[in-house]
Structure formats: structure tokens, C-alpha cells
Write a protein that binds this ligand. Structure first.
Ligand code: F6P
Length: 357
């Protein structure tokens, strides 16, 4: 049995992509006659015909490597069917290049946007398997995505380091954690780092409630506070606005990031010395944690099994502690937000951590 496999990484990178590519490759080479084509820079490479035949040795020594050996780009799903100034019909080109490469299937490593395009290609008749990567952990149908736990470790380390300087100076430190739509990373690292306040996109906050939480700490003899705020967090007032309205409001008020704004507000309201810290893409860089190496590998191995069994149109997932898969058509376009009754949310509340609401 011979299979020609195209593989690409798309969207924001994260630790574990190479470990996953390696998992797919090694499990394929060892189980059937596999030929692997590496497609450069995600869907952009599939559209432009930028790809190369890989050798078995190309997948050696990459388990611990951060980023992606294939490169990645953001090629938004919303533009896939839009023909722009370049007159390129992207879907047509992707199908043409799939045929040109003589692929039996296409493996896409990515987040929500990547899965939407994977589903589109599957509907167009291509054999596609999706693998769930993102530090945001917001892919529907999987308990966990690879990259998430490494990012939790990094963000927690940032909070730990900020903790000591906050305590020395008696300051309020506002740490902005990645996650524009979903707050998993902020919630987990906030709890792991012992944050006093955790603000998530899913739970709009009231700045005066955050201020009160800090004042309460001061009354209890704690002159410093740690606030973990998701980059996509918003106030209760902002949550009432439509997306465009909110963007306009923020532009008018010279918004320069949620942590900066909140630190300035708290300084004014409480009179505490406040600082904002934005670790940004540090959270996506470097070597994957042991857990993510393992997770990426078993996900990759599962994808190889699906290839062997010719079960396409699927997205690999962790379902109740077992590696499995969901139909792409069922999960594409859905986001796994933090539910208000998530165990970690309830635990945070029971611990007296303020969620700003
Ligand atoms: O999706 C992962 C993520 O890191 C989000 O947490 C963040 O909002 C976004 O990507 C940042 O995107 P970019 O790397 O394009 O700036």
C-alpha cells in the first residue's frame, strides 16, 4: 500500500508542531509505503504550489524544536473563496496543486481557521485530516490542543517571576496573557501562578470590582497584587457593544492594550503603583514541554492510522483522555470557549480569586 501525503502547518505557530509532523511521518513510514510532501507556509504554499518532497531524514532531530520546519502563514478562511486583485481563485489553485502533487491526502496542522479551510477542501472532494494545534486551546471537540500546555508553563513562569518583583515593590502587576477569544491560557496560568484577579474574554469585568479586590488585599496586609488578564478581555460596558463599535470606542480612547489600560485605571482608582507586562509571542516560542511532545506525537500517530485506514474528513482530538477524531464538518466553525461553569472557573471563585464580575 502506497500513500502520498501532503502536510502543512497553518495559522499562528506553537510548540509541538514539529513533534507532531515527526509523529505523522514516523508512524507512516513504519506502517506503509509513505511519500511525504512538505507544503511551505501553510495554505499559501498549497495555493502557490510551493512544496518539496521530504526524505525520512528530514524528520530527524525535530522533536524538541519549536516553531515549524514547514513555515506557517495566516491565510484567513474568510478570504478563501474571495478572488482578490491578483485574480487568483485560491480554492481552484489548492485543488490543482493537490492533483499536481498526486496526493492521496492532505494533513493540516492548525487551529480554528485552519480547520475551517480543511473542511472546505474536504467538501471540495480532497482527502483531509486536521490536527489540533493552538496555545489558545479553543478547538471544538478536543479536550486539549497541543501547544497549550507549553504556553501555560511559559505564562506561569512569567507570573512567578513577576510575583517576586511585585512583592518587593508593593506594586500591582497586570500581566497580559495571549488569547483573543478564549481565556483558557489565562485561566490555567492565572491559577497556576497564584494570580489574585483573573480576567477572561468570556467573563466581562467591571474595573471598579477589580479595584475593590486590590483594596481588599491591602486591607488584609498585602500591598501587592497580581492580575492575569487575557488580551481579549473586555469590560461589561464594552461587551454590550458590537465588535466594530468596540473597536471605534477603543480607537477614540487611545487604547494600547488591555493590560496597559487596566494598569493605568487601577493606579488612578486605587492609588497603587501599577505596571503592565505583555509577554506576547514569548508564549508561543521555544521547545515544547514533555507533555506537549507526547501529545503531539500521539496525535500524529493517530493521523497516520487514519491515513492507513483511508478515513478522511476527520480532525484528530483528545476525547475523554483517549485519542480519537471528530468529523471536520462537525467541528469546523465552532470555538471552545471557557464555559462559566468550567471546573477551573468554579475553583477560582471558591479560592476567592476575583474574576472581575
Ligand atoms: O492563536 C494563537 C495566538 O497566539 C492568540 O493567542 C493571539 O491572539 C494571536 O495568536 C496572535 O496572533 P499573531 O501571531 O498573528 O500576532
Amino acid at each position: 500500500m502506497k500513500r502520498r501525503i501532503g502536510i502543512l502547518t497553518s495559522g499562528g505557530d506553537c510548540p509541538g508542531l514539529n513533534a507532531c509532523i515527526r509523529g505523522v511521518a514516523r508512524a507512516s513510514y513504519s506502517q506503509f509505503d509513505a511519500e511525504i510532501i512538505g507544503i511551505q507556509d501553510g495554505y499559501a504554499g498549497l495555493i502557490n504550489g510551493d512544496y518539496k518532497e521530504m526524505k525520512e531524514s528530514d524528520f530527524s532531530g525535530i522533536l524538541t524544536l519549536g516553531g515549524t520546519i514547514l513555515g506557517t502563514r495566516r491565510t484567513p478562511f474568510r478570504n478563501m473563496r474571495v478572488i482578490g486583485e491578483d485574480q487568483v481563485d485560491k480554492v481552484k489553485e489548492m485543488k490543482k496543486n493537490y492533483k499536481k502533487m498526486k496526493l492521496d491526502c492532505l494533513i493540516t496542522l492548525g487551529g480554528n481557521g485552519t480547520h475551517k479551510t480543511a473542511n472546505l477542501l474536504s467538501e471540495e472532494g480532497l482527502n483531509v485530516i486536521g490536527l489540533p494545534k493552538t496555545i489558545d486551546n479553543d478547538i471544538w471537540g478536543t479536550d486539549v490542543t497541543f501547544g497549550f500546555h507549553t504556553a501555560v508553563d511559559i505564562a506561569t513562569d512569567v507570573i512567578d517571576r513577576i510575583h517576586t518583583t511585585a512583592a518587593s515593590h508593593g506594586r500591582c502587576m497586570v500581566i497580559e496573557i495571549m488569547g483573543n477569544k478564549a481565556g483558557w491560557l489565562t485561566l490555567y496560568s492565572g491559577i497556576a501562578g497564584g494570580a489574585d484577579v483573573i480576567l477572561l474574554p468570556e467573563i466581562p469585568y467591571d474595573p471598579s470590582i477589580v479595584a475593590k479586590a486590590i483594596e481588599r488585599r491591602a486591607e488584609n496586609g498585602k500591598d501587592f497584587s497580581i492580575i492575569a488578564v487575557a488580551e481579549g478581555a473586555m469590560t461589561i460596558n464594552e461587551a454590550k457593544m458590537k465588535k466594530k463599535e468596540r473597536a471605534a470606542f477603543r480607537a477614540e480612547t487611545n487604547f494600547s492594550g488591555i493590560a496597559n489600560r487596566l494598569a493605568a485605571e487601577l493606579q488612578n482608582m486605587v492609588g497603587v503603583e501599577a505596571r503592565a507586562v505583555v509577554p506576547g509571542h514569548v508564549q508561543r516560542g521555544g521547545t515544547p514541554s514533555a507533555y506537549d511532545r507526547m501529545l503531539s506525537t500521539v496525535f500524529g500517530v493517530h493521523a497516520a492510522r487514519l491515513i492507513k485506514e483511508e478515513r478522511y474528513g476527520q480532525a484528530v482530538a483528545m476525547i475523554g483522555n483517549t485519542v480519537g477524531h471528530n468529523p471536520l464538518s462537525e467541528i469546523a466553525g465552532k470555538t471552545k470557549f471557557v464555559p462559566e461553569n468550567a471546573q477551573a472557573v468554579l475553583a477560582a471563585r471558591k479560592m476567592g480569586i476575583s474574576l472581575g464580575d
